[in-house]
Write a protein that binds this ligand. Structure first.
Ligand code: PHE
Length: 353
């Protein structure tokens, strides 16, 4: 019996996996195992012998079973330990690249403008891109024969034969939204309108579709002084540095007086720097809203007055972010978009800059 005991305890200790252990169990305490066969022999013994051998055999069986259980759990622990080592995960590895799109510089500047003007109390207004002849021209004091119509290189829609109504146009500027907003809200009013505009023109600084942000402020006693302050405030916030402006007398049919506005810049070293130097760059048209325009919008010009301006968003983006060719804005070249684009999480705010 001692032989059996040392034989099986030794085998159990040396078993290297669950399958080997199972074989040992069957050989020792299985139905036809050595220990089980010995137990059957008890029947042939005398009662005295049985009383002696019975407990010894039972003890042996228990001891082998206990050794099997202990070994089994030791093997399981070891296997788990192995797995944990093999399946170890390095959570300090950098995350995998996920390709995300970028915010187009025009969208970014659009949002920047909106944030700055919103801070000065301007609400955002919108109008259609396919506009009637009336809103795009007549209501803005540009009658049918006016040369401004030809100058704007307008895209016209097609009317079917026999239809004598004037064709619609792709709006040539955001100014028609002035009229729509006056009609909808009356005075006083303080709005900006960022949006797409269209003119048949194409070179390094012109594309057939581009973007403007229109401004309109009407109240009892708004003057050119307010216009100048609002624009200087805007440019300084937009470029992040104090920017001098220069107002040049000009002419627009829808403003009187009218001014084109230049911002201070330097062209030294082949790059444009806004807010320094002695050169000037034209960025917008503006003026006091013409009485006829107020009247077209349903506002009494004897009681109300105000200013309007129209800035080129694309031009601003080129200046602020050093983009030399406007046409690239609309070519959808991925390399360009990745280079000049912005993170979607970089939402422009006044406090964020
Ligand atoms: N609508 C003019 C343009 O597109 C700009 C402008 C807007 C001028 C408002 C004066 C007032 O050129």
């Amino acid at each position: 019996m001692d032989e059996l005991k040392s034989k099986y305890l030794d085998l159990i200790a040396k078993a290297s996996d669950a399958a080997a252990l199972e074989e040992i169990r069957v050989a020792a305490v299985g139905k036809k195992g050595e220990v089980s066969l010995k137990m059957r022999e008890l029947g042939k013994m005398t009662p005295e012998e049985r009383q002696l051998e019975g407990p010894r055999l039972n003890a042996l069986k228990d001891e082998i079973n206990a050794a099997l259980v202990a070994k089994k759990s030791a093997l399981e622990d070891a296997a788990l330990e192995e797995r944990l080592k093999a399946e170890w995960l390095d959570v300090t590895l950098p995350a995998r690249d996920r390709h995300v799109g970028s915010i187009h510089p025009v969208s970014q500047v659009w949002e920047e403008c909106t944030a700055i003007f919103a801070d000065m109390g301007f609400a955002v207004a919108e109008g259609p891109q396919i506009e009637s002849d009336w809103y795009n021209f007549d209501a803005l004091n540009i009658p049918g024969h006016h040369p401004a119509r030809a100058e704007m290189d307008t895209f016209y829609t097609h009317r079917s034969e026999g239809d004598t109504r004037p064709p619609h146009v792709l709006r040539t500027h955001t100014s028609p939204v002035q009229i729509r907003s006056m009609e909808a809200q009356g005075a006083p009013i303080r709005i900006i309108c960022p949006g797409r505009v269209y003119r048949a023109d194409y070179d390094q600084t012109h594309t057939p579709m581009f973007h403007q942000v229109e401004g309109l402020a009407i109240d009892r006693d708004i003057s050119m002084a307010n216009l100048k302050w609002v624009l200087e405030e805007f440019f300084s916030a937009f470029f992040g540095t104090h920017v001098e402006t220069r107002f040049r007398a000009s002419h627009f049919p829808f403003t009187e007086p009218s001014a084109e506005v230049d911002i201070q810049c330097s062209f030294e070293g082949g790059t444009v720097k806004v807010g320094e130097g002695n050169d000037w760059l034209e960025v917008l048209g503006s003026g006091m809203v013409h009485p006829s325009v107020l009247r077209a919008g349903g506002i009494d010009p004897d009681a109300w007055q105000g200013f309007a301006f129209g800035i080129g968003i694309d031009r601003l983006a080129m200046l602020k972010y050093g983009i030399p060719d406007l046409r690239a804005f609309f070519e959808s070249d991925l390399r360009w978009l990745r280079h000049y684009g912005f993170s979607a999480l970089q939402v422009p705010t006044l406090h964020g800059g």
